[in-house]
Design a protein around this ligand. Sequence first.
Ligand SMILES: *Cc1c(COP(=O)(O)O)cnc(C)c1O
Length: 409
Amino acid sequence: MNKASYINIFEEHLESLKKVGNYRSFTKIKRKCGSFPKAEYFMDDGTSKDVTIWCSNDYLGMGQNKHVLNAMHESIDEAGCGAGGTRNISGNTSYINDLESTVAKLHDKQAGLVFTSGYVANQGALSTIARLLPNSIIFSDEKNHASMIHGIKDSKCMKYVFRHNDVEHLRQLLQAAPKDAPKIIAFESVYSMDGDIAPIEQFCDLADEYSALTYLDEVHAVGMYGPRGAGIAAQENIADRIDIIEGTFGKAYGVIGGYIAGHETIIDAVRSFSANFIFTTSLPPAILAAARASVEHLMSSEIERQALKSNVKYFKDRLDVTGLPYMKGPSHIVPLIIGEPKCCKAIADLMLNQHDIYVQPINFPTVPKGTERLRLTVTATHTKQDIDKLCATLESLYASKHGFQVNVA
Ligand SMILES: *Cc1c(COP(=O)(O)O)cnc(C)c1O
């Protein structure tokens, strides 16, 4: 094969994405510190304009919170930029130990462990925990995030996938499994693309009945729900029944990085055996200090959560008035199903180009084919005018696109 034929193969792969409308084009923006959710959007012709972001996971605006920014500035002045090594070789800064204590405290667990991202935390923790338990079986919700699926694959353990949030199906699978095999039930609290919430208590009951460990991804809930922002399990007063809670500093906490919290022995085992934890440079002091400031701020402040709650209510009430068929759910995430990738992208393009509203179309494989959607996230920082404008824009586009193949669940 010559070089050109290698390139051709990659081109064909890309073409196949483009043909079905699943090719990803990134939207170039610069968030404006102090006026988020406003951002500068850079167009292909070299010009730029101001837009309002409607698809950010910085739900509480912590990415511009002054305590978080100060912590980041101060730590750079104190300790410089990078960590300079892996945790094992000179990179175990006091900042990372402090952050791990903070997340353990947040979740009332014995220990915490910080990873480069939530993705890496799920992949490393699930694969290591399952691998260390001989002949273990993982029970995984069918809508689990790619990072959990990746971890489960890496563990090379037996896996049973249960129907989304389906307690009876999980029970059947647990019943059918060998009684003595170690079992792990892996699921999320708030599902990121549908915005629905798992029946955590019933899953914990099953875990007790079948002696399984529980592994809960609270990525879209930490900082947001429950006392001190400890998540949905804490809100339901059952966090003590979750063996491993996994979270991120990249969403509501507004920074980056991931973590797990749980029993000190399990945490120590992951620390000791997870390759993606061991063989990578640890996060820089600035990130860790900012993440800790954000977690600690949201452990005591209710202002941001209250502002979000009131915006979510206002937003959903407005959508109800317009009659737009959004997926109703208990969380802050508002999916509007379009059902076809090209139409989904066309609507998002129109909103961005003509109405200065940025919402990224969500296509396969992030969501199943036929459920392509706009995943709308109001934040604590949107104004009522922002919400009114979005609803009016969607309403006009929905009406004008009605002849389109708008297939709404
Ligand atoms: C975003 C996400 C992750 C990954 O977290 P990052 O910190 O962004 O890597 C894990 N689980 C779920 C459900 C997510 O939505």
